[in-house]
Write a protein that binds this ligand. Structure first.
Ligand code: FAD
Length: 344
């Protein structure tokens, strides 16, 4: 019989579990229900006392100042004791930067097996035995594979945004603190240096993906380019909506060709076959042609809209839910005006 452990960790405030951890709990809860298997939640935090409240099952916790910050040695030690204490056969963990770098090592310590970028889990009785199936994508999200394994423990790192975050009732779950023999610590975390919030344009948790295409830098009906104006409109829209910023390849490539470009865009913003495949409930493409190598990166965007001057662009050929055949400059200027008034 399978038993399931969901590894979770606190966010940077230390007062709550990360959203990706809560998503992993949902996945664990659903899998446990399908298999009628016991579920345990493992929590790593400086102080886990209040984090187990409202969780759907027993929690094993590892607490202490050493676990306030991500660090390979302490995180791997914490995950290892939680796995051993739970004796779980299936271990789910969110694919956060904190866990993505330690869980393969932990799987090795437990003589287990790991699969990463898992987007879905299902279970069914095949030949009289319960079989767990994990889904992931290969080849830039073009091939979807369903994996089963006999090896146990089986570690599965879950991609963020694939499950609803767990929102439980406020009952106190049974909690047990697990002691960790701290390994020698060579790394001390002295602080975090991160870009200012408004300089950080890639926001995986945003409700909206705002994509900019090369059209923003092309000659407009007056025969001139308007790159500084485009820059102001795009940054204004991001400020007003807190959307995540994506780009077509053509636009981010222009930086390497010595052309006038939008300085806040890098290849990290690129969406598509050779870029990212983000997950957001909504997406709005602007000044972008909607060619297949770009649109393949929109696979997981639920509601797709585009603003393009070209009534024959790729978006209008069945790739977007709504296409506004319009000049994006006045449309975004008007939207910014309305949003600024709404936001006060
Ligand atoms: C192997 C390979 C991999 C690739 N991978 C990727 C990838 O990962 N991501 C990616 O994006 N591309 C990728 N591409 C490139 C892709 O095929 C397209 O060339 C690219 O996406 C086009 O970018 P674009 O739509 O911004 O530019 P363009 O094709 O130049 O389109 C600009 C659009 O802007 C519109 N426009 C201009 N002014 C305005 C205005 N004022 N208002 C509204 N609309 C306006 C124009 O009508 C036009 O439709 C790849 C190509 C290959 C061969």
């Amino acid at each position: 019989m399978e038993s399931i452990l969901v590894l979770t960790h606190a966010d940077e405030t230390g007062a709550a579990l990360t959203k990706a951890s809560l998503e992993a709990i949902t996945a664990g809860q659903q899998l446990a229900a399908r298999l009628s298997a016991p579920l345990i939640i493992g929590i790593i935090a400086a102080d886990a006392t209040n984090l187990a409240n409202g969780l759907p099952s027993k929690a094993l916790t590892v607490s202490g100042e050493a676990f306030a910050q991500p660090r390979y040695a302490t995180d791997a030690a914490a995950c290892e004791v939680l796995c051993r204490a739970s004796a779980a056969t299936i271990i789910l963990a969110p694919s956060s930067s904190r866990f993505a770098r330690v869980v393969a090592g932990v799987a090795h310590r437990l003589n287990g097996f790991i699969d990463t970028h898992v987007t879905n889990l299902s279970a069914g009785a095949i030949g009289g035995t319960d079989t767990i199936e994990a889904t992931r994508w290969f080849y830039r999200q073009r091939i979807e594979a369903v994996l089963t394994r006999d090896a146990r423990p089986w570690f599965l790192l879950l991609d963020a945004g694939t499950h609803a975050p767990f929102a439980g009732a406020c009952s106190a779950a049974h909690m047990e603190e697990i002691k960790v023999d701290l390994p020698p610590i060579r790394t001390s975390v002295t602080g975090i240096r991160a870009p200012m919030q408004d300089a950080q344009t890639i926001r995986p948790d945003a409700k909206l993906l705002f994509v900019t295409g090369a059209g923003w830098t092309k000659k407009q009906p007056d025969g001139q380019t308007h790159v500084p104006e485009a820059s102001d409109l795009i940054l204004g829209f991001l400020r007003n909506t807190s959307a995540s910023l994506g780009s077509s390849k053509s636009l981010v490539d222009q930086g390497g060709e010595g052309n006038s470009v939008l300085p806040f865009l890098t290849h990290l913003n690129q969406v598509g076959q050779t870029g990212a495949t983000p997950r957001h409930p909504k997406g709005l493409a602007t000044c972008c042609h909607g060619e297949e190598p770009h649109v393949v990166g929109w696979r997981f965007i639920a509601d797709r809209r585009a603003i393009s001057l070209d009534p024959n662009c790729g978006w209008t050929r069945g790739k977007a839910d709504v296409v506004y055949v319009a000049d994006a400059f006045p449309v975004i200027a008007k939207l910014n005006e309305l949003l600024a008034a709404k936001n006060g």
